[in-house]
Design a protein around this ligand. Structure first.
Ligand code: ADP
Length: 546
């Protein structure tokens, strides 16, 4: 893109320089052509001047022969030069002595001999003893009268008068190629166009040359502007527009190409990721199959342990052995193995995608029971688990066993995240569980003071783990369980440090309306120490997560 911009800039500059040079050459040429043309006309007029003065000198007033000869000569000249309307010799008192055209009454197209402008020209020529042109006389056409003093003794003080039709003079004098190349006009001192009088006004371009024309102080000027240059301008503008449009087109295409490459890259990446995901799914399903088999296998020894515990209890009773401690231990053994059996069944249902049993369950109760499962570990880490609820009771329809596993996983991850954090600055380490109801949903949050989440987008992907011993399946399973309950799970890093994992579950239509009072259950380190329930050993839960 940078190279393209530089290229465009360089070619525009070169183009402009080339154009400026062309314009200068054209301007120089137009000035020279105009000068040349002016010289051409002036020469022609000068020739007339010399010829007429000579003829006038030869003229003998009394000689008929000389009379005829003079008329023949001026007749030839008038016929040759259509711009000349009349050639006359007048005496000192402006009375015509000889001249053409002949007339009884002076034709209207000729200015009267006593016209102030004609008289003025005659007087100036006498004073200068040289030819003098009149100012432009507007008589049907713009006219010009040249007054020449004659040195002929017979017409002492007389003058030769030549009347030019300016329009014809220029039309005849200007060559065709000049008219083709230039816009030419003759203007007076007020910039009024005198020629051409047919074909309307000449609109000169911005670049225009001006040259004084005719006698000194005549106020006449020739104006030219280059036609070619105007055409050339149009061509150049068209070219410049084309270059700019072309440049813009290229830029747009480059942008499109870049976007397309980006999209292609993104699509490739997505495809790769999907292949990363498919492999994981395959691994996950074989793992699920394995776990399902394991659950099935373990279910039987667990049932046997429960049965043996029950049998041992009956034996104790039958043998009348009264040892309350052994009885209590056997009772607990039976209870826990039955619970383990339930977990196994529930997990198998979940893995095999059987419709797991959803039954009404108190959510605060479920949370408290989950806290109990992890309380031992929290105690070891000197972390207090705090449960805040804005409701006393709230019943949801759920697979309570799987939901407890979700909470257990989230709390276990939270404790692990808090394990590595330097807690010297923290007053007391707390793991917060919040329960908030809004509309038809209830949201549970597990908020820790750990190191925070490093890669949020990958968090719920199967096999994503940052732990050396981790499997990266806990959160993936949590998401499946929550989604199976028609809910949603997400996580966020907190500004004050630590992370919050939240899941939202729909409220059952059968669920009782929550009471307005606020109940806060705080399970602190000390309280946990007095808990009577014995949680499952951590190892067992770790296995259950799979
Ligand atoms: P595992 O615990 O085996 O790594 P999980 O799916 O439970 O698998 O967790 C995946 C990853 O998510 C963890 O390795 C960890 O990097 C991150 N994670 C989970 N919980 C938290 C938390 N509370 N704080 C920071 N990171 C967490």
């Amino acid at each position: 893109m940078l190279f393209l911009t530089i290229g465009l800039f360089a070619s525009s500059t070169l183009g402009w320089l080339w154009y400026a040079e062309k314009r200068n050459t054209a301007d120089r040429r137009s000035s020279l052509d105009l000068l040349w043309m002016e010289q051409l006309i002036t020469n022609e007029l000068g020739t007339h001047q010399v010829m007429l003065q000579n003829w006038a000198l030869d003229y003998e007033v009394e000689s008929q022969k000389s009379h005829d000869e003079f008329l023949r000569r001026i007749d030839d000249l008038i016929k040759n030069d259509r711009a000349i309307l009349a050639i006359e010799i007048v005496d000192r008192s402006q009375q015509r002595v000889i001249g053409l055209p002949e007339y009884q009454q002076r034709p209207a197209k000729l200015p009267p001999l006593n016209d102030p402008l004609v008289v003025d020209a005659i007087e100036r020529s006498r004073a200068l003893e040289d030819g003098a042109y009149s100012h432009v006389i507007e008589q049907f056409a713009p006219l010009w009268v040249l007054a020449l003093p004659t040195t002929n003794e017979q017409i002492r003080g007389g003058s030769i008068l030549v009347t030019y039709d300016l329009d014809k003079l220029l039309t005849e004098a200007v060559p065709w190629w000049f008219v083709q190349r230039y816009d030419l006009s003759l203007v007076d001192k007020n910039d009024k166009q005198l020629w051409p009088n047919e074909g309307g006004l000449i609109m000169h371009g911005k670049k225009m040359s001006r040259l004084d024309f005719g006698p000194v102080n005549s106020g006449l000027s020739l104006k030219t502007s280059v036609r070619e240059a105007q055409d050339f301008d149009h061509l150049l503008y068209a070219l410049a527009t084309a270059v700019i449009l072309f440049g813009l087109l290229i830029m747009w295409l480059l942008r499109l190409l870049r976007q397309w490459l980006k999209e292609r890259h993104a699509a490739k990446k997505a495809l790769r990721e999907r292949d990363e995901l498919i492999q994981h799914t395959a691994k996950l399903s074989s793992l699920a199959e394995f776990a399902s088999g394991m659950a099935h296998e373990l279910n039987q020894p667990l049932a046997a342990i429960a049965n043996y515990a029950a049998a041992a209890e009956s034996l104790l009773e039958r043998e009348q052995l009264t040892s309350p401690k052994i009885r209590e231990a056997l009772e607990k053994m039976g209870e826990e193995s039955r619970r383990a059996g339930k977990i196994m069944r529930s997990m198998r249902n979940f893995i095999q995608k059987n419709a797991s049993l959803h039954e009404p369950y108190s959510l605060p109760k479920l949370i408290n029971e989950s806290i109990e499962l992890i309380a031992g570990r929290a105690r070891q880490q000197h972390i207090a688990i705090q449960f805040n609820s804005d409701m006393e009771d709230l019943v949801i329809e759920c697979d309570s066993i799987m939901l407890k596993q979700v909470l257990f996983n989230l709390m276990r991850n939270a404790l692990e995240a808090m394990e590595t954090v330097d807690r010297s600055q923290i007053e007391s380490a707390i793991l917060n569980i919040d329960l908030v109801q809004s509309d038809n949903y209830v949201t549970v949050s597990v908020v820790d003071q750990g190191h925070g989440i490093s890669e949020l987008p990958k968090l719920f992907q199967a096999f994503y783990t940052t732990k050396s011993e981790g499997m990266g399946l806990g959160l993936a399973i949590c998401r499946t369980v929550i989604e199976n309950h028609g809910g949603k799970i997400w996580a966020e890093n907190l500004a004050i440090g630590g992370a919050a994992f939240r899941f939202r579950l729909p409220l059952s239509p059968l669920a009782p309306i929550p009471k307005a009072s606020v109940s806060t259950s705080r399970i602190s380190e000390n309280e946990r120490e007095n808990e009577s329930q014995v949680p499952l050993p951590d190892g067992m839960h770790d296995r259950l997560q799979v």
